[in-house]
Structures are given as structure tokens and as C-alpha cells.
Design a protein around this ligand. Structure first.
Ligand SMILES: C[S@@+](CC[C@H](N)C(=O)[O-])C[C@H]1O[C@@H](n2cnc3c(N)ncnc32)[C@H](O)[C@@H]1O
Length: 255
């Protein structure tokens, strides 16, 4: 609105009447429940500012921990897959923080894909290693089948809220339904993602998957039950809620 970065706001002398009217309109939209990220058109995520708006999930701070966990394992030349990429927050953070990583971002929603492509183009223009955007269903074994057995790290923040669960109005009204809800138990995407990750990963490769805080034991149990993972751990977010599980693909196993 003022055309200056947040850090320079204190240096602004004052508002014109037009700017004040625009500000009042933004406050009214926020009061009606519109996410602030939609109002300003960007969401901060780790070191990036991503374009967001209607049709794409607004990346959340808790997911920064999942991305950071992955970044510590990824080196230049590694093959990395972000399943359920949305705006590209995770995939683009990896590309930004680990130059030279080969990053694939898979997303199904046409609306989310247009935000993802826009962000991917902007980051590549800014000098980050370009990512590969893949339109597809993460539960489909044919998607990225050519990478099966070769991927170093799979990262995934899927939809995971049980259908019918109460969510804040700004989530219900402004995040896409398919980005938030995943069947009656919230595991409709996570279950096939675990199987898909087990097929994609090389022996010794890692999976990190975000989940609902009610799934602290359920997701690790699904990983154990798959039979192709070891070193299964659950992790909390900064609020102390169970938030994501990690696991390493074991070599020479029978699913
Ligand atoms: C919780 S959002 C996460 C977006 C992004 N990774 C982030 O952390 O901000 C989940 C995303 O998964 C996508 N999605 C849901 N089901 C999918 C499926 N079966 N295949 C591919 N993408 C899917 C949604 O469209 C949405 O963009």
C-alpha cells in the first residue's frame, strides 16, 4: 500500500487521505476474517517471501521446522521431492538454502499450481536453483515413478485435518478444502504418501511428514507398519504440539 518494506515503515511521514482510505478498507477485510497474507499478497516462510492468495494454502510457521529438518540433511546434487507443494514453500526453501539440490514439487490443484509456478519462476529469476514443478496426484504411483529408488529426501505437508473437525473461520473460509481436510480420520493422504515415499526413496533416504497434533502416535505407527522405515521419530512444534514425523528408508526390506 505504501510501497515500502516493513523495516522502513517508521520512516514514513504520514498517510495521504487515499492511503488512509485504502488502509481502512484492508482493516475491514481483516476484521471480516480474510488472512493478512491475502491482504498483502505475500507470506513469509524461512528466508523467502512467497506470493499467495485465493486458491492456495497459506504456508504456516510450524512447517518451517519440517523444512529446516530436511535442509540439514540435503546437500548439493541431492534429489529431493516435495509432495503436496502448495505455494512451493518447502521446495523453494530447499532450493534457496541448498544450491544445487535437484528439487521436484508435486501438486494437484490447478489453482495452487499457478501460485507455485509463479513463485518458482520468481525464485529462479532471483538466482535460486530452479525447481521442477510436477502436476499430479501424490497418491498415484505413476507420478515421478522414474525416480523410484533414487530420492534422497521426501518432504510432505499434506492435508491432514479430519473431515468435520472444527477449524478457525479464516481456515474454513480461505484455505482450500483439499489443502486442509483428508477424510474422516485425516489420514487419507498420509497413508498413500508413506507408501509412495517408501517407493521413491533410495535405501538410507529420509521422509519427513507433517501431521495433525492428534496423530502423534498414529503416524509413527503407520511408518512402522509399512516395514520399510527405521529411525522413526516424532517431533513437536514451537508450541509443544506433536507436528511431524521423520523416518529413514531401510535397505533390503520386503514391504
Ligand atoms: C497443507 S497444504 C501444504 C502446502 C505447502 N506444502 C505448505 O506447506 O505450505 C497441502 C497441499 O496438498 C495439495 N494436495 C492435496 N491432496 C493432494 C494430492 N492427492 N496430490 C497432490 N496434491 C495434493 C493441496 O492442494 C495443497 O496445496
Amino acid at each position: 500500500m505504501l510501497g515500502v518494506p516493513r523495516g522502513r515503515l517508521a520512516l514514513i511521514d504520514g498517510f495521504t487521505a487515499d492511503q488512509l482510505a485504502e488502509f481502512d478498507a484492508l482493516v475491514a477485510r481483516r476484521a471480516a476474517g480474510e488472512p493478512v497474507q491475502h491482504l498483502v499478497g505475500i507470506a513469509g516462510f524461512r528466508h523467502l517471501e512467497l506470493a499467495v492468495g485465493p486458491g492456495v494454502f497459506v504456508p504456516r510457521p510450524e512447517t518451517e521446522l519440517l523444512a529446516g529438518w530436511g535442509v540439514t540433511l540435503i546437500t548439493a546434487g541431492a534429489t529431493v521431492v516435495d509432495l503436496c507443494a502448495g505455494s512451493g514453500a518447502i521446495a523453494l526453501s530447499v532450493a534457496n538454502e541448498v544450491p544445487g539440490a535437484r528439487v521436484y514439487a508435486v501438486e494437484r490443484s490447478p489453482a495452487a499450481l499457478s501460485w507455485l509456478r509463479r513463485n518458482a519462476e520468481a525464485r529462479a529469476a532471483a538466482g535460486d536453483t530452479p525447481i521442477r514443478v510436477v502436476e499430479g496426484d501424490v497418491t498415484d504411483p505413476a507420478v515421478l515413478a522414474e525416480l523410484d529408488g533414487t530420492v534422497d529426501v521426501v518432504l510432505c505437508n499434506p492435508p491432514y485435518v479430519p473431515a468435520g473437525a472444527a477449524v478457525p473461520a479464516d481456515v474454513a473460509d480461505h484455505d482450500p478444502y483439499d489443502a486442509v481436510f483428508a477424510g474422516a480420520d485425516g489420514l487419507e493422504v498420509i497413508r498413500p504418501v508413506i507408501a509412495r515415499a517408501a517407493a521413491l526413496l533410495r535405501p538410507g533416504g529420509y521422509l519427513v511428514v507433517e501431521h495433525d497434533d492428534s496423530h502423534a502416535t498414529v503416524v509413527p505407527a503407520l511408518l512402522r507398519a509399512d516395514g520399510r522405515f527405521v529411525d522413526i521419530e516424532d517431533h513437536q512444534d514451537l508450541a509443544g504440539r506433536s507436528r511431524y514425523s521423520t523416518a529413514r528408508h531401510v535397505a533390503d526390506c520386503t514391504p
